[in-house]
Every structure is written in structure tokens, then in C-alpha cells.
Design a protein around this ligand. Structure first.
Ligand code: ADP
Ligand code: MG
Length: 451
């Protein structure tokens, strides 16, 4: 097959996989050999080859056979000294003449091909965020604007945003979807100011159909960037264009963000990603293991290892994934079965650092959740029994499960006096002896909190 023919196949692939995936995964492939049903490509890394094999092999094979080159097998060799095509986007430009000219100027961040809806495990803590993201990804009429996703690190905000972008590329390829971090937004803005191209900047950001800005807390305190963001935001909302924003906390809780921006951000749908629970962590591990099983054939995974990891590594999904990756790599290196012992050895540092340092806030949150009261009532002044009792439960658990002193605990409960805390703790101790419902609650909460 000539390079020209491969060029045509690639063009076809842009349509199938979307432009971002194309630029990331297809464009760097160098066809080095095509004979006897085998197509061999040079790739920059082993991982790269694995990834393409896993995600794009079928499409590549289909396109090759449409082009008259039936292929049974794709092979990947790592090209030594291969440098990723530098201006990848410029290269894609010439390969994609059919796209609108202005499309090439979208200064978005590259999308991670792994962050799709398929690979996103849905559980209770993230089901609402997932459903909202799905809705946006349908590309239908805008029903809420913006979609504001927030939550702690590693809970899947970026993953969901990329998934939206991937999905839109397939369903509505004509839409101009721009994903970038707030930091990149600022960088672009400052650069435009410096180069006196602010009109171009404005035009560009106002011409997209879907704008996604990740980690928007970053622009807090950066006044001119905030200002520009605000105007961009309003212009797009006025045109009924979809906006998706993420942040590490709720709009109202981002310090140094102008009030008018906060209230604008609150106008749409504000959804939080809750910390993962055990089931979700286990689900994520199981999904990953399916992948690793196909990569490291013959490795034996003993029962209980995944459960152990899901139990012990509770901080964030990125660390959980890292632990699993390391475990498989290590086991395959030393050629041993993956057992609990091996996991404990190989992951000692991760396990140690995720030994639970429980915070009073976590306790308050869990207890509030359990009794179905507001977190704010934990620290608020209400004296109603159905609020005061859970509050005392939280005080009791804070005393039991953290090294904090009574005055310190008092401060976290809305500045209460240490004698109030002591009273609360005693009250629960007393009741526990006679109230079996309460002692069941405590047992459950303890288990939830201590993981
Ligand atoms: P955030 O942007 O909220 O800090 P990311 O989206 O970067 O978090 O997620 C961190 C890592 O965890 C990514 O590799 C992501 O794929 C993975 N991850 C997070 N949540 C899930 C989930 N529900 N299912 C599968 N993978 C997840
Ligand atoms: Mg992120």
C-alpha cells in the first residue's frame, strides 16, 4: 500500500474516531509494513501501541479492508528515537481539509482517549454527575446552563468532561466543542492581551457551541481573567450555547471569585461528585483488572486482593488506579501470583499514606448523611431532637476516632464550648447502653468511617 493510500485511510479514520482522538492516536502511527494480512506500525511507546490495539484496531482494519487491503492483524513496534509529531495540530489540519477552516484554531487541550463514558464506572457517589454529563453529551437543546461539576481531586470531573467531548464528536461532529482548563484560558487570554489580539480571542471563544472549562477555581483572584471569563460566559449563555464547568468546590465556596460570577455559575445545574464508596472503588478496580488481564496473560489474581485495595485505598481514584498498575507490573516482573501478601509488600508506601486520617468534617458529613440532615445543621444552633442527637453522635465519634481535643472539636462544631462537647459525648455513651438502634447506628458509622 502506498503512503498515499494510507493517507486516505487516515482521513476516513478522522471521521470515525473524531479529531482529537485522531490527533492523539492515529496521526502519530507510521505504517512500516503491510503484507500477508499483517499491518505493522511504528509507535512512540509500548503503551501507545497497546492503546491503539485495544481501542482502534477494529476501525483501522475495517478502513484498510475498505481500501482493498484486508488485514487480520496489527502489529506495533516502538520506533527508537521517535519524536511525536511536534505540531500535531498543524499536521491534522492538512489531513482534514473538510472541516471548517476556523475549526483548526480551537485552542483546546488534548482529550485523553481513555476518558470515555464506557470506561466511567457509575456508582451512587457519582450517578447524578454522570447522568447530567450524559444529558449534555446528547447535544440536544440546552436544558441547564451551565453544568457545574464539583468535587475533590481524582473523583472523575475531568474524565466526565472528556467523555462529553468524545461523545459529542461522534454524535454531533459539526459542533465546535472546546475543552480547556481555566489555567489555559488564562494563559490564552494573557497572551492575547500581550499580542494585541484580544478581538480574535473574544471572537474565538464566542464562536464555540460547547465550552468546557476545567478547574475553574484557578481563576479566583485573577481579576482581569475573571472579568473576561464572565463576559465569555454570558455571551455564550445568551446564544444558548452549552457550558460545562468543573471546580474543586461549589460555586459559592470558591474564595475570591466575584459574586456575580458565583451567581451566574449557580444558575444552571450544580452537581457534586461525592467521595467514592467501597462499591464504586471495587467496580473501578474490576474494570481495570479486565484490561490488565488481557495485557498480562497468565497472571493469577488471588481472591480478596481487589476487595482489600478498595477497602484500604480510599483517598482518590487516581491513587487507586496507580496501585493496581504497580501491582500488576510488579507481579509480572517477578512472575508471582498477586496475593494479599504481595499487595501489602508492593504497596506498603501507598497503604501507609492512605491510613485513614479521619477529619471531623468527614465525620460530620457521614453522620449528617446517615441521619438525613443538612451538614450545616451539624454546626448550626438548632436544638430540635432530630438534629441535636445526630450532632451529638458526630461529637462522640469525633472524640473516639480522632486525636482532637474537646476544645478543638468544639471549634469545628460552630464554636461550641468544650463542656457542650463533653456533655454530648457522655449523653451518647449513656444512651448506647439502652438504645439498640443507636448502638447499631454507631457501629455502622464507625465502619463506614474507618473503611
Ligand atoms: P478529577 O478531574 O476529578 O481530579 P479525574 O477525572 O482526572 O479526576 O480522574 C482521576 C482518575 O481516576 C482518572 O484516571 C479517571 O479515569 C479515574 N476515575 C475517576 N472516577 C472514575 C470512575 N467513576 N470510573 C472510572 N475511572 C474513574
Ligand atoms: Mg481534573
Amino acid at each position: 500500500m502506498t503512503n498515499e493510500a494510507w493517507g486516505q485511510v487516515r482521513e476516513e479514520l478522522i471521521k470515525r474516531v473524531g479529531r482529537n482522538n485522531y490527533v492523539t492516536w492515529i496521526e502519530p502511527l507510521k505504517l512500516s509494513h503491510l503484507k500477508n494480512g499483517v499491518a505493522r506500525f511504528e509507535v512512540p511507546t509500548i503503551f501507545f501501541g497497546d492503546w491503539v490495539q485495544r481501542n482502534y484496531a477494529d476501525q483501522i482494519r475495517n478502513q484498510l479492508s475498505t481500501a482493498g487491503e484486508p488485514v487480520d492483524r496489527l502489529e506495533f513496534t516502538v520506533s527508537t528515537g521517535a519524536v511525536r509529531a511536534q505540531p500535531a495540530r498543524a499536521a491534522a489540519k492538512s489531513a482534514a481539509p473538510r472541516r471548517a477552516a476556523s475549526d483548526e484554531e480551537l485552542p483546546g487541550a488534548p482529550l485523553d482517549a481513555r476518558f470515555t463514558f464506557d470506561s466511567f464506572v457509575v456508582g451512587k457517589p457519582n450517578e447524578l454527575a454522570h447522568a447530567a454529563a450524559r444529558r449534555v453529551a446528547e447535544g440536544g437543546p440546552v436544558t441547564f446552563n451551565p453544568l457545574f461539576l464539583y468535587g475533590g481531586v481524582g473523583l472523575g470531573k475531568t474524565h466526565l468532561m472528556h467523555a462529553i467531548a468524545h461523545e459529542l464528536q461522534t454524535r454531533r461532529p459539526e459542533l465546535r466543542v472546546l475543552y480547556l482548563s481555566a489555567e489555559q484560558f488564562m494563559y490564552r487570554f494573557v497572551q492575547a492581551l500581550r499580542e494585541r489580539q484580544i478581538m480574535d480571542f473574544k471572537e474565538l471563544f464566542r464562536s464555540v457551541d460547547v465550552l468546557m472549562v476545567d478547574d475553574v477555581q484557578f481563576i479566583a483572584g485573577k481579576d482581569s481573567t475573571q472579568e473576561e471569563f464572565f463576559h465569555t460566559f454570558n455571551a455564550l449563555v445568551d446564544q444558548n450555547k452549552q457550558i460545562v464547568i468543573s471546580a474543586d468546590r461549589a460555586p459559592g465556596e470558591i474564595k475570591d471569585l466575584e459574586d456575580r460570577i458565583k451567581s451566574r455559575l449557580q444558575c444552571g445545574l450544580v452537581v457534586d461528585l461525592h467521595p467514592t464508596d467501597y462499591e464504586l472503588r471495587l467496580g473501578i478496580l474490576q474494570q481495570k483488572v479486565d484490561y490488565y488481564r488481557s495485557q498480562y496473560r497468565g497472571l493469577v489474581l488471588a481472591d480478596g486482593v481487589l476487595e482489600f485495595l478498595a477497602h484500604r485505598i480510599t483517598s482518590n481514584v487516581r491513587i487507586l488506579e496507580g496501585a493496581l498498575t504497580r501491582l500488576f507490573a510488579f507481579a509480572s516482573l517477578v512472575g508471582r501470583e498477586i496475593t494479599l501478601d504481595l499487595a501489602q509488600d508492593c504497596l506498603a508506601d501507598i497503604l501507609r499514606s492512605s491510613d485513614r486520617k479521619l477529619s471531623i468534617e468527614e465525620i460530620q458529613r457521614k453522620v449528617a448523611e446517615h441521619y438525613n440532615i443538612r451538614l450545616s445543621d451539624m454546626i448550626g444552633p438548632k436544638r430540635l431532637r432530630n438534629i441535636a442527637r445526630p450532632r451529638q453522635v458526630a461529637m462522640y465519634l469525633a472524640k473516639q476516632l480522632t486525636p482532637r481535643s474537646l476544645p478543638e472539636i468544639g471549634r469545628r462544631f460552630g464554636g461550641r464550648d468544650h463542656t457542650t462537647i463533653m456533655h454530648g459525648v457522655r449523653k451518647i455513651e449513656e444512651l448506647m447502653a439502652t438504645d439498640s438502634q443507636l448502638s447499631d447506628d454507631l457501629q455502622l458509622l464507625r465502619r463506614l468511617l474507618q473503611g
